[in-house]
Design a protein around this ligand. Structure first.
Ligand code: PLP
Length: 463
């Protein structure tokens, strides 16, 4: 007799025990605090998540900046099941399979300019890793073997593998793993709220920030610098939007010094900013785009690097492969899920939906600026951050003790207990981050605002 495997039921008590004894959570403490509070999420539907007790939460973060089309989409489950029945797995090591073929063509057709080459990975960090390695090998084959360094921005997150972590600009995420890969250099991000240069001129500030990239390239020696990695909107620190002209100036600088511009769109692609790619929204042409997350709406792990024809050229002249790959990069099931996910995004007009509704999202969050603890609301598309301050007039920051007591110990939990899953992040400026599924609309934004208002009012009293 064949039995269909039924999901075993896991109770909150089981979860507490196993989290304590076996399951090592990511970026969570295991000294008793985070374990005791780790919620057991069992189901998702649309913009909502449900815990084991049936309590509902609004998913204000799309899982982790990933679930563009919302939870529980039958079409994606079907696409995965169909592909598993047909060809459950095969590698791309010198072979192809239909879902990778179809997806590569679709991504190449939708990517800006001549980004016609697609290299599949499994995750965002692996896309970053692959892009850096590709930049290095490209310059070796192109006769400029000393070009190998990377410039990236302060506080920017690019992943956790040793290469991606080396490019990452968050000191606290790196210090335990030093020494990291050498040859990386950090430059200022575009945090205009904390600007000390050109603080009264947004555009001039942006050009100043872009020029810091040129300064770093010249300082390092242009003959040693391979690439600049930038997110269209920087996540860590709270949705730093590029000032007008910023990316155009960066493009000029990269062209001047023959440095590759890599747009790290692990968060910003596939509708997060209302377009297929963030570069499209801000009108610049990268040499590579790194993606993951929203490509499959998180239903199955997949990443992709979109690469300029120009970078492929020396590989076509040489008998040398790109010496990189992985067992599951471009997994057929994930590629099939990605195709079905892109179908949903297109059929439901989600890029347009985001562009139409982003102002409603912004104005709803901006209502919170009447609270003394809210310093600024900033972002673009369906990607917003609320920065918290101790003093609105002076923009004074919290002390480390206040940050722990109010943000980490109170606010995250309070928001969650009141039915809102989002993220209170204090790795740089203390911000609450929002990146909901792209299907959300005014009713969801209003629900967020109401829950936030209550929790922020409570946080202010605690200070
Ligand atoms: N790059 C950016 C801009 C990201 O935001 C992230 C993750 O959030 C990564 C890279 C790493 O992606 P992953 O966690 O899939 O490795």
């Amino acid at each position: 007799m064949t039995a269909t495997a039924q999901p075993r039921s896991v109770t909150p008590d089981d979860a507490s025990r196993v989290v304590r004894d076996h399951l090592w959570m990511h970026f969570a403490t295991h000294n008793g605090v985070d374990e005791a509070e780790a919620p057991l999420i069992v189901r998702g539907e649309g913009a909502y998540l449900f815990d084991a007790r049936g309590k509902r939460y609004l998913d204000g973060l799309a899982g982790l900046f990933a679930v563009q089309v919302g939870h529980g989409r039958e079409e994606l489950a079907e696409a995965a099941a169909r592909q598993m029945r047909e060809l459950s797995y095969f590698p791309l090591w010198g072979y192809s399979h239909p879902p990778a073929v179809e997806l590569a063509e679709r991504l190449a057709n939708s990517a800006p300019g001549d980004l016609n080459r697609v290299f599949f990975t499994v995750s965002g960090g692996e896309s970053v890793e692959a892009a850096w390695k590709l930049a290095r090998q490209y310059f070796k084959l192109a006769g400029q073997p000393t070009k190998h360094k990377v410039i990236s921005r302060n506080m920017a997150y690019h992943g956790t593998s040793m290469g991606a972590l080396s490019i990452t600009g968050i000191p606290g995420a790196k210090s335990m793993f030093e020494p990291l890969v050498p040859s990386t250099q950090r430059v200022p991000n575009t945090n205009f709220y904390r600007a000390t240069e050109h603080a009264d001129d947004y555009e001039a500030y942006g050009l100043w920030a872009a020029d810091r990239i040129e300064e770093a390239i010249v300082f390092e020696g242009p003959e040693t610098v391979a690439a600049v990695f930038l997110e269209p909107v920087q996540n860590t620190g709270g949705c730093f939007v590029p000032p007008p002209g910023y990316f155009q100036r960066v493009r000029e600088i990269c062209d001047r010094h023959d440095v590759l511009l890599v747009s790290d769109e692990v968060i910003c692609a596939f509708g997060r900013l209302g377009y297929a790619f963030g570069a499209e929204r801000f009108g610049y042409q990268p040499d590579m785009i790194t993606t993951a997350k929203g490509l499959t709406s998180g239903y199955s792990p997949l990443g992709a690097v979109l690469i300029s024809d120009r970078l492929m050229e020396p590989f076509q002249r040489n008998d040398t492969p790109f010496m990189h790959g992985s067992t599951y990069g471009g997994h057929p099931v994930s590629c099939a899920v990605a195709l079905a996910n892109l179908d949903i995004i297109e059929n439901e007009g989600l890029y347009e939906h985001v562009r139409t509704n982003e102002d409603v999202f912004r104005t709803t969050l901006e209502k919170l600026t009447d609270l003394p603890i809210v310093g600024e609301v900033r972002g673009a598309g369906y990607f917003w951050a609320v920065e918290l301050v101790k003093d609105k007039a002076t923009r004074e920051r919290f002390t480390a003790e206040e940050s722990t007591r109010v943000l980490r110990n109170y606010l995250s939990k309070e928001l969650f207990d009141n039915g809102l899953y989002c993220r209170a992040d204090d790795r740089a400026e203390p911000v609450i981050q929002f990146s909901p599924p792209l299907i959300c609309d005014r009713t969801h934004f209003e629900e967020m605002e109401q829950i936030l208002r209550g929790a922020l009012t409570g946080a202010w009293k605690l200070l």
